[in-house]
Design a protein around this ligand. Sequence first.
Ligand code: AMP
Ligand code: FES
Ligand code: ZN
Length: 315
Amino acid sequence: MRCRVCRKPAVIDVRRHNAGFCPDCFFDHCRHQVERAIADHAMIATGERVLVAVSGGKDSLALWDLLLELGHRADGLYIGLGIEGYSEPSGEYARSFAARRGVHLVEVDLPSDYGFDVRSGAAASRRAPCSACGLSKRHIFDRATLEGGYDVVATGHNLDDEAAVLLGNVLRWDLAYLARQRPVLPGGEGFPRKVKPLVRLGERETAAYCVLRGIDYQVEECPMAVGNKHLGYKDALNAIEERSPGTKATFYVGFLERASELVAHVGEHEREGLHPCPGCGAPTTAPSCAFCRLVARAGDQRRQRIPLDQPVSAS
Ligand code: AMP
Ligand code: FES
Ligand code: ZN
């Protein structure tokens, strides 16, 4: 197979585009897809400061690298989730990328900064681990972005992620979630703009990008996510894509172009009752926000496990 652009030997084929690429033309292709997503959806304006949420995996490290290559002012944010055997090496990949590129990595650690990890937070709030984890990450993304004076926070959600989430939302006809499934969510009082510049790249492309650019990344999936519904939706879409390349992109891009506007108003009335959480300032309709309630419950559970007549700080 030859590169579609320059006819040198190709190292990757992108069946969706019915094209093979050599390394240099593949990098151009990835940069072009990200540039196009940013321009089409007005994600990032020239000169804005971007905080890239990096998990240590292929997508977010590829995103950070691509934004830097495109000349954006981008720092990273790594959140330590306290997942045994997984979080520490993930953080190391993020740190070594930052050191190699000479860029700044902001770090927040759930256990040491908030007193709980994903497992204990999930148990205390009676949520599934991925739900407690997602809630914590979203809160910390917002807070770190606002406190650091960044204009926008970017995550590494790719085409496969977004198509799988879309399939889940459609299977349940969850119109409120469909209304919020856009690659740009504008900021407001107490929360920043959020963008997903990788929505035009699949995960095979982000993995190939990292390998060809020499970026080391966490290959393992999160042990808590094994068997969750989202991965099942991805498998289903991969089976369809195998038979009809391009279906995934048509499904997702078609939604953005033809259906997204139709549901955009759903859930608007819920935003009317929002007020700032007294604990953290994030917008909520409840007396305090879901994250502050999670922190409080995890704290209650910790105290119950420590008998009050024993010194806490021994050893
Ligand atoms: P996930 O929810 O694990 O599919 O991750 C989606 C996106 O969230 C990733 O592409 C990252 O941008 C971001 N993310 C996930 N985990 C972390 C983490 N521990 N620290 C910072 N950002 C993260
Ligand atoms: Fe959040 Fe796995 S990364 S539960
Ligand atoms: Zn709060």
